[in-house]
Each structure stands twice: as structure tokens, then as C-alpha cells.
Design a protein around this ligand. Structure first.
Ligand code: PEP
Length: 258
């Protein structure tokens, strides 16, 4: 499947930003700007848990999917502070970010936890947006491919090509997240091509060719187009530049025209 047959996707990751009222105002502004179009790129907004219901309401009638930023792998239980996939789905989410590097590095999330979360998301009918990426030191020590293959294989361990079809992958080099050091288009393409090869090795050429692989790490209106021109870059996962509706609309427009 050629790139133009995969659905180009732009995901806003608000992290720990925005109340329900702020989420409503953002989506109202995005609607007013008219950047989200049927037939354009697929748009997802990942809001903090307390703002999800407001975001779902505000996005009604607009082609914007709402995502959680994390989930627990159990469906319910004595897990103070956690939410399940079923809870996210009941709140109106269709997607959930899994294994973001901030979860891995600040909250000790392991590859085993990421794997259980991917399974839990699928069981709840959600599309997991699974994040992988190497640190600056791992890249300097030429370990990027080793790390990417390991994270990929652990996240999707034991799954079928049909499961993979319901997942999205995000290549997010840790050194590029929130630093302003965006990966060059060549570096991003090299990693995406490698990850697609990992998918081919396990799930076959057809599943890998249809697999959406997003890039994340300091995406800005000025650097997105060159990234999207790469054959294996199928969209973006955007942190900082997604907090302002006008800036995010510019990114969505770039996605629409690619
Ligand atoms: C992210 O949160 O996934 C991210 C890529 O952040 P930023 O765009 O700010 O680097």
C-alpha cells in the first residue's frame, strides 16, 4: 500500500494542559477556523482525563476524534488514580496514547506495561497510539534500531495482523520531545522505514504497508511539511504546538494538503 493509501493523521497531545472550559474554547476555535475537513487528514485530540467529556461534547459534528493520554490494563479494581479503557470508551474516546516517553521515563512505565495497555485498549475497542523512541545516548551509541525493534516487538508481542491494523505507531525520539530539536526529515524517514520493516518481519508486507506511523518531536508549522513529504511518515503527534488552536489548525492544513 502506498503512502497516499494510508490515512494521514494529526494528533494533538495536550499533556497536563487545559481544563474542560479551555478544551471547549480550543475546539470552538478549531471549528471556526475550518481547518478540519471531511476527506482531509484525520484529526485526534488527546485531552487530560477531566477535560475529556467537554472535549467530546465540543467536537460533536466535527471530524475530530478524542483520545485519552493513558489507560490502565485492568478493566476495573483497586488502582487509585487510574482509568480503564472501558471508561475512556464510555466517555466518548476512540483513541488512547500508550507508552509516551513521559510515561516511560517519568512514571516508570515498562515495555511489559505498554504491551498490556495495548491489549487493554484493543479489548475496549480503542485505537492505541503506541509511542516508541530512543534516547539521545542510545542514538549516540548507535543503538537506535536495537531499541526501536525491541520496543516494537514487546508492544505488539503475540498479536495478529488484524490487531496491528487497529493500532497506530508514533516514532518519538526522546531527544526531540519538547526540546526544539526536531528530527531531520532523513532521520525521521530512516526510523519510520526501519519500524515498517519490523512490522513486515512479524506481521507481513500487507499489514506493514497499511500501518500508520506518525512522527512526534518538536513539530512546528515551519518543519511539518518536509516531514510529511517522507514516504513513511504518515502524520504527526504534536505536543507544544498543539496547545494553540490557530497553530494546530496550521498543522492540520499542512496535513490536508499532503
Ligand atoms: C509529544 O508530546 O508527544 C511531543 C512530541 O511533544 P512536542 O511536540 O512538544 O515535542
Amino acid at each position: 500500500m502506498a503512502k497516499n493509501q494510508r490515512h494521514l493523521t494529526m494528533v494533538a497531545n495536550w499533556k497536563m494542559h487545559k481544563t474542560g472550559a479551555e478544551a471547549t474554547a480550543f475546539l470552538a476555535r478549531l471549528r471556526e477556523l475550518g481547518a478540519v475537513k471531511a476527506g482531509g487528514c484525520f484529526v485526534v485530540v488527546a485531552a487530560p482525563f477531566p477535560a475529556l467529556t467537554a472535549a467530546v461534547e465540543a467536537a460533536r459534528g466535527m471530524d475530530v476524534a478524542i483520545a485519552g493520554q493513558n489507560l490502565h490494563w485492568e478493566s476495573e479494581g483497586a488502582f487509585t488514580g487510574e482509568v480503564s479503557g472501558a471508561m475512556l470508551a464510555a466517555a466518548g474516546c476512540t483513541h488512547v496514547i500508550v507508552g509516551h516517553s513521559e510515561r516511560r521515563h517519568l512514571f516508570g512505565e515498562t515495555d511489559e506495561m505498554v504491551h498490556k495497555k495495548v491489549r487493554a485498549a484493543l479489548a475496549a475497542g480503542l485505537t492505541p497510539i503506541v509511542c516508541v523512541g530512543e534516547t539521545e545516548q542510545q542514538r549516540a551509541e548507535n543503538e537506535t534500531e536495537l531499541i526501536l525493534r525491541y520496543q516494537f516487538e514487546r508492544a505488539f508481542w503475540g498479536m495478529s495482523a488484524e490487531d496491528l491494523r487497529r493500532c497506530v505507531l508514533a516514532y518519538e525520539p526522546v531527544w526531540a520531545i519538547g526540546t526544539g530539536n526536531t528530527a531531520t526529515p532523513a532521520i525521521a524517514e530512516g526510523a519510520h522505514r526501519f519500524l515498517r520493516r519490523c512490522a513486515t518481519d512479524i506481521f507481513g508486507a500487507e499489514a506493514a504497508a497499511g500501518f500508520t506511523i506518525l512522527y512526534g518531536g518538536s513539530i512546528k508549522p515551519g518543519n511539518l511539511r518536509a516531514l510529511l513529504e517522507q514516504p513513511d511518515v504518515d502524520g504527526g503527534l504534536v505536543g507544544g504546538a498543539s496547545l494553540d488552536a490557530d497553530a494546530f489548525a496550521t498543522l492540520v492544513r499542512a496535513g490536508n494538503s499532503n
